[in-house]
Design a protein around this ligand. Structure first.
Ligand SMILES: NC(=O)c1ccc[n+]([C@@H]2O[C@H](COP(=O)([O-])OP(=O)(O)OC[C@H]3O[C@@H](n4cnc5c(N)ncnc54)[C@H](O)[C@@H]3O)[C@@H](O)[C@H]2O)c1
Ligand SMILES: [Zn+2]
Ligand SMILES: [Zn+2]
Length: 337
């Protein structure tokens, strides 16, 4: 993997003013996400540069506006970074993750969680169980994306599942699919170290994504077509593989953020009755399910957090994140070096 992250810079800004409905949070841990590194490389379709990163945030509430009752000073919290309007059709029909007026804390929003302190609408904070560590809590946001994708796929109980891409999201999809009762799982990645991690996490089989006969090999491994393919990369080759793996009658979940246009084999999609489904972030219930999964030990920072950096070394954290040898890299303002 080529490290394509360029200008990551620490800048001093004024402490944000607490507005009605908001809480002031002091950051303890914040994850670096594939979306952050894409954005920093100028490749995120919806995040113009410069931007203030950090949406996988854990911290402690330091102040609340007078009208806030949902959280109080001292509460340990994580942010659900989607900022829906609450009024549009999507918000009114239980799909606030795709709100018509959606803003996203840490992704093109005026603030992000890679600051020492930030303000955010208090309604977007989830209180953490006392027994949950900050590092465990840093996995809630990333895990919620796979939990949502599995739910949108209609669940995976007794189904054959293929996960394309064994990065943080792909491996969390694997854990969520296992938790959801998948009958058989296969994971692909071009990097041997990622495939080894997938095997260590109990994948039924792993395959080099660059194999020219990948689709035939995985179908032979499964002994049939895939019921659900989670594309956690979303480039031309993975979308082509996904459709062919899901034929006939399967589901392709598009989880990876495509950084450039990708075409879909529409004749196959139609004739072989493949369902193509985008999956965008999560809903509060996905956060609740993630918290349970992490508390039960099903998803552990020991398996996922491979690098921890102090805030002063944010640029090194971004570089590590795209190096290919890490999974989840986190930044902690208070971390001693
Ligand atoms: N849908 C959502 O709401 C949502 C939320 C968070 C992240 N994402 C996206 O999910 C994707 C994965 O995120 P991540 O944090 O795991 O990134 P990551 O960089 O950690 O993982 C990507 C993995 O894909 C592998 N890969 C590259 N090319 C491949 C190919 N052709 N076939 C198979 N594997 C390949 C890489 O080796 C790497 O292991 C990103 O596009 C990210 O933006 C989507
Ligand atoms: Zn993220
Ligand atoms: Zn809305």
């Amino acid at each position: 993997m080529v490290a394509r992250v360029s200008g990551v810079e620490l800048v001093e800004v004024d402490e944000p003013e607490l507005r009605p409905g908001e809480a002031l949070v002091e950051t303890t841990v914040v994850g670096v996400c594939g979306s952050d590194t894409h954005a920093a490389a100028g490749e995120h379709p919806f995040v113009p540069l410069p931007y203030r990163p950090g949406h996988e945030v854990v911290g402690a509430v330091r102040a609340v506006a007078a009208d806030v009752t949902a959280v109080g000073v001292g509460d340990r919290v994580t942010v659900e970074p989607t900022l829906p309007c609450g009024n549009c059709k999507m918000c009114r029909t239980g799909r606030s993750n795709i709100c018509e007026n959606l803003r996203f804390f840490g992704c093109g929003y005026e603030q992000g969680g890679m600051a020492e302190r930030f303000t955010v609408p208090a309604g977007r904070l989830h209180r953490l169980p006392d027994a949950m560590s900050d590092l465990q809590a840093a996995l809630i946001e990333p895990l919620s994306t796979p939990v949502h994708a599995v739910r949108l796929a209609g669940g995976v109980r007794d189904k054959t599942v293929v996960v394309l891409g064994a990065g943080t999201i792909g491996l969390l999809v694997l854990r969520a699919a296992q938790h959801g009762g998948a009958r058989r799982t296969v994971v692909t990645d071009p990097l041997p170290q990622k495939r080894e991690r997938a095997l260590a996490m109990g994948a039924g089989a792993v395959y080099d994504a660059t194999r020219p006969d990948l689709v035939e090999a995985v179908r032979a491994e499964l002994g049939e077509s895939a019921d659900v393919v989670f594309d956690c990369v979303s480039v031309q080759s993975t979308v082509d593989q996904a459709v062919r793996l899901a034929s006939k009658g399967g589901i392709v979940m598009v989880v990876g953020v495509p950084v450039r246009p990708v075409s879909v084999a529409l004749p196959e999609l139609q004739d072989l009755q493949v369902r193509l489904q985008g999956s965008a972030t999560y809903m509060p219930e996905d956060y609740d399910a993630s918290i349970e999964m992490i508390m039960s030990g099903w998803v552990s920072p020991d398996d996922f957090v491979t690098g921890r950096f102090p805030l002063e070394e944010a640029a090194a954290a971004f570089a590590a994140s795209v190096s290919g040898s890490h999974l989840k890299v986190t930044i902690s303002p208070g971390l001693a070096r």
